[in-house]
Design a protein around this ligand. Sequence first.
Ligand SMILES: Nc1ncnc2c1ncn2[C@@H]1O[C@H](COP(=O)(O)OP(=O)(O)OP(=O)(O)O)[C@@H](O)[C@H]1O
Length: 292
Amino acid sequence: MTPKISLRNVTKEFVVRQGKGPRRNSEPSVLTALDDLSLDVADGEFLTLVGPSGSGKTTLLDLLAGLSRPTAGKVLVDGKEVTGPGQDRAVVFQQYALFPWRTASANVSIGLENKGLSRKQRAQTASRFLDLVGLAGFEDRYPHELSGGMKQRVAIARSLAYEPDVLLMDEPFAALDAQTREQLQDELLRIWKATGKTIVFITHGIDEAVYLGQRVAVLSARPGRLKEIVDINIPDRDGDADIRSHPAFVEHRHQVWSLLHDEVRLAQDSGHRKILPDGTAPDEQPHERSAA
Ligand SMILES: Nc1ncnc2c1ncn2[C@@H]1O[C@H](COP(=O)(O)OP(=O)(O)OP(=O)(O)O)[C@@H](O)[C@H]1O
């Protein structure tokens, strides 16, 4: 069966300049964010993605979203090469990016405006998706009247409303307090089960990765390569038990922690992999190319 998402030998390079101001080096260098990465995601799968800072997680999500193109290799969705953003994929960012002058309902309706629906139909669809994310009755609230968790629910409802097959989530719960985060993790699992979406979810949280993912993809320190994919098998996952204290959860968490810990140490140990605060790397060789 064709995987829903397929990354085939994907490399992404950026051309950067070292230093700043008068000390800025005129020679551009190439920063390899992702290196020869191959990965398949099945239809309806929930994949979480972890990796040290700078390992290329957001770069990978941007490629899947069609916001940028790989330097080499291919990104396929349903067997077709991704050449730009599309209605089949929605992105949820850490920052909710809601329009402050629009109500929750109007924010959710945004993606429906080109679908030839009447105003009433759009409002009904928005209500249905606000209901799905647990915000029934909040249609007329403005973003400033909502908590952080509620705003993120609106953002998720907005992404779901135009019925994408794939949900791409870049640390969507990172700005929320621990309790709200856990609540939204459960909501997301419920929505995923109800809708059958394919989800790729980036997180810095090992617990979150293991709790949400059917598989956890671990990236190596920059340049990002696929270090390992951990299959998550936790018995009784659908029950009422506290999954986070289940021995299988604890074991998976330790496994992912060890893989990540090795990568973070490697990145720190080898000076040539260090990344300067301005995003450039001292190890990269000057390169002829001039565009990212
Ligand atoms: N547009 C760009 N131009 C130049 N370099 C870039 C660009 N986007 C990303 N990079 C570099 O590519 C590398 C990977 O960045 P990316 O944001 O994908 O990492 P990440 O794993 O998401 O990091 P974090 O966990 O800190 O958010 C970094 O070294 C970053 O500085």
